[in-house]
Design a protein around this ligand. Structure first.
Ligand SMILES: O=C([O-])CC(=O)C(=O)O
Ligand SMILES: [Mg+2]
Length: 388
């Protein structure tokens, strides 16, 4: 059993939207196809992967370090002990050889891209959907039949006023979403509060709102903002300050009485551990948004879930960033709280299988083997173009 070919492509996922910290006008992602010599249905099994949004395509890291290490590995060193499948944990160790700890940078994204494709291939070789394989391997064998998802949008956009913001959110509700998220921190406090109230005005009973500051605020402003929004009883207040400022997070947690969410920009087990140790996060009410596609992949994510368990956190407090099918599989197979979704944004990497409508804030997964990319036609067409 061996890997016969690895192809990679840099793809634009640009759009004119803006959060409080960046615009996405030059955003890119890497997409990868890992071809194996395992034949299923008369064809070699190919695993596909890509990175999430928010970090650029790690093209040079993939081409100069991580793909060569994978291709140079001895075939016997990347398969399970019984030789019946590839072993994502052994592959992780091989491609991370000669990488020092700490200062994780964007190599975490490159490794996440490869990891996703390996898991896709592994599940296809097993002939199972990834969520099923994960539930059997790491969970209690039970899968969630449907996964809670929320619509993440409310970006700043040229000439977008309150009416357009409300129309956007109404559109998500019409698509079947129950809860919606919007950006804050990219306008004045007064204007942001007006934007929040405009959205709350159109949300029906039973729907909720999250706000996301994308790490824009200093401690003083984060606390002031929290003070101003606390009576809205939002579902959560996300990434108020710099993702690595655990002091800010801890101080905010002492003062802001409702749920806080963060973690999408913490890319390693060690960073996640520090968040849990030092940031005053509350395992009863807060949410953790680590995104495996940006942070060394599912091999690292499984370690993060183990660490959380040791610290008394349930996997149900995790709701990954990124809106992709990989995290949707993890959510269904490993009992997470749910997953993010960006209707109409970051296409074709964002979004789930065609013909699976969102209903009352939940979505079901197809039973195709692997991650299910073949069930999402726009994405699959792009993945088929890798290496062509
Ligand atoms: O705007 C972004 O970078 C995406 C983001 O924070 C989120 O999905 O929570
Ligand atoms: Mg966010």
């Amino acid at each position: 059993m061996k890997i016969t070919k690895v192809d990679v492509k840099t793809v634009p996922i640009s759009s004119p939207i803006r959060n409080a910290y960046i615009d996405f006008s030059k955003m890119t992602a890497s997409a990868i196809a890992i071809t194996t010599d395992v034949i299923k249905d008369g064809k070699p099994v190919v695993g596909y992967g890509f990175n999430s949004n928010g970090r650029y395509a790690p093209t040079a890291l993939l081409n100069e370090r991580f793909i060569p290490r994978l291709l140079e590995a001895d075939a016997k060193d990347i398969v399970t002990d019984d030789g019946t499948n590839f072993d994502p944990h052994k592959i992780h160790a091989i491609i991370m050889a000669n990488e020092k700890p700490g200062g994780h940078g964007e190599r975490t994204v490159a490794v996440g891209v490869i990891d996703m494709a390996i898991w896709d291939a592994v599940a296809k070789i097993e002939g199972k959907p990834l969520y099923q394989l994960l539930a059997e391997k790491y969970g209690n064998g039970e899968v969630d039949e449907q996964v809670y998802i929320y619509a993440a949008g409310g970006y700043y956009f040229p000439d977008k006023g309150l009416k357009e913001l409300q129309d956007e959110m109404k559109g998500y509700l019409a698509l079947g979403y129950k809860d919606v998220k919007m950006k804050v921190g990219g306008a004045s406090l007064k204007e942001d509060l007006k934007r929040i109230e405009a959205v709350l005005d159109i949300l029906p009973q039973g729907s909720g709102l999250m706000v996301d500051a994308n790490g824009r605020f200093n401690l003083e402003y984060a606390i002031e903002f929290g003070e101003k929004i606390k009576d809205y009883e939002l579902i959560w207040y996300e990434e108020a300050g710099d993702p690595l400022d655990f002091h800010l997070q801890a101080e905010l947690s002492k003062r802001y009485p409702h749920a806080i969410a963060t973690g999408e920009n913490l890319f390693s087990l060690q960073d996640a551990t520090n968040l849990i140790r030092y940031a005053g996060m509350n395992p009863e009410k807060d949410f953790l948004q680590f995104d495996c596609a940006l942070s060394y992949g599912l091999v690292e994510y499984v370690r993060i879930l183990d660490m959380l368990k040791e610290h008394g956190w349930s996997s149900r407090r995790c709701i990954p960033h990124g809106g992709h099918q990989m995290s949707l599989n993890i959510a269904a197979g490993l009992a997470l709280h749910g997953n993010e979704s960006y209707p109409g944004v970051f296409e074709p990497f964002g979004g789930f299988a065609d013909n699976y409508a969102v209903e009352n804030g939940y979505v079901k997964l197809p039973d195709a083997p692997g991650i299910g990319f073949e069930e999402k036609s726009d994405l699959y067409n792009l993945l088929l173009s890798i290496g062509k």
